[in-house]
Design a protein around this ligand. Sequence first.
Ligand code: PEP
Length: 250
Amino acid sequence: MRPFLVAGNWKMNGSRESIARLVNEILQGLEVTANTQVLVCPPYVYLADTARLLKGSTVILGAQDVCAEDNGAYTGEISGAMLQDFDCRYVVVGHSERRSLYAEDDRLVARKFMAAQKASLIPILCVGETLEERERGTTHAVIMRQLKAVSDVAGIAAFGRAAVAYEPVWAIGTGKTATPEQAQEVHELMRGCIRAGDARIADAIRLIYGGSVKAANAAELFRMPDIDGGLVGGASLEAREFLAICKAAA
Ligand code: PEP
């Protein structure tokens, strides 16, 4: 059985003090279950503190982004090897905020995906359509294009060491969640797309949903057959809410 993955994306929020408090509250309240993995992705500058606090716990550390290059003159960037230095195991690539605010296209996202794997990190590839794309009826085409951009260059086997997050752009940080049926439809499409390349990988890969997940809607989303967890933004900044979401996954 695929273990559920509940990932907290803290984006550019918090302070050194508030992040430490949040990590401690999560550690104190988390009920460890065998079938759920909990991951937190703090801002880069708080990775070292968070890694120290998480040591010896079951909570996994991840980062929110990675540079596509290995090292060199890339001012302001952070490489996969650097993230490894701080005990990161996962990294988010292709988050819609990176795609829209920092003009990251499918090609760059694919390179980041491969850079993460080269550094032995597990990429969480984010895909998702805008409201306009959904209304135009192109959701499936957009998701397929975003997946194919990675499988074309990395190969389908690369999905054996990755997770994919379906995050409809219109649901991120808006309070508007996809219905369980809308989310399931896209998750099923993604699993089918991966299955066409490799059935074993399709059965094993975690496909997680993101977009205004909260304690009140997590259980109904997580009940869907192809949803294997959540990528949680706003609600992961409050320990009690995030813990309730983790409990819904268990
Ligand atoms: C996200 O940041 O990936 C996200 C899904 O945010 P939110 O849960 O706040 O919609």
